[in-house]
Design a protein around this ligand. Structure first.
Ligand code: URA
Ligand code: SF4
Length: 193
């Protein structure tokens, strides 16, 4: 199946999805955005208020911080792919529930299969836990404060990929000191590329 067809199909399904209760309160689902040839995929947690209004991932405060970090290391947002664990906003930005993650992540799994990134950057604990468990790295999972900036290897007979947990850019809105920690990890990502 062509790349575009596959992603279009996912988008169509997500737009009419009612697999978990979040469809009731969402304004727009946020499927994902970016290059179909992306070597790097960023996986966040879930849409916030701005993303829910626009359908665009990381377009609010956290998005501004992410754009700044990408700019600092000369990574163009149009060369990467950005999506989230959940495609619909949890009310009041509460944490994703286990059942919601279970219902929604088959979409993410398909996005990964189609795009086949070389590196998946996991933004925050929810993305890190899901992606590391999915790729057989469950025994290496720790809280984001312990493993941010580490690069893990995934190898199968079909593919090799790196997985890099990062702090969620929203941490900078609670604690400005975290900006330099994120910057250091983005420099590490850049050097690795
Ligand atoms: N936070 C996320 O995790 N994802 C978004 O798209 C926006 C904010
Ligand atoms: Fe469907 Fe995911 Fe939205 Fe739940 S969060 S309704 S599973 S698209």
């Amino acid at each position: 199946m062509a790349v575009m067809d596959g992603l279009d199909k996912i988008a169509q399904e997500v737009i009419s999805c009612k697999k978990c209760g979040l469809y009731k309160s969402r304004l727009n689902p946020v499927v994902g955005e970016g290059s179909l040839e992306a070597k790097i995929m960023f996986v966040g947690e879930a849409p916030g208020a701005n993303e829910d209004k626009t359908g665009v991932p990381f377009c609010g405060a956290a998005g501004g911080i992410l754009d700044g970090l990408l700019g600092k290391v000369n990574i163009d947002r149009k060369d990467i792919y950005i999506t989230n664990i959940l495609k619909c906003r949890p009310p009041g930005n509460r944490n994703p529930a286990k059942e919601e993650i279970k219902m929604c992540t088959p979409y993410l799994d398909r996005q990964i299969e189609i795009i086949r990134p070389k590196v998946i950057c996991c933004l925050g604990n929810f993305a890190t836990f899901y992606i590391m468990e999915k790729f057989g790295l469950k025994d290496k999972v720790k809280g984001i404060s312990k493993i941010h900036g580490s690069i893990f290897d995934y190898q199968s007979i079909f593919a090799s990929m790196k997985i890099m947990p990062l702090y969620h850019p929203a941490v900078v809105t609670y604690n400005v000191n975290m900006k330099s920690v994120l910057e250091r990890d983005f420099i590490k990502l850049r050097m690795f590329l």
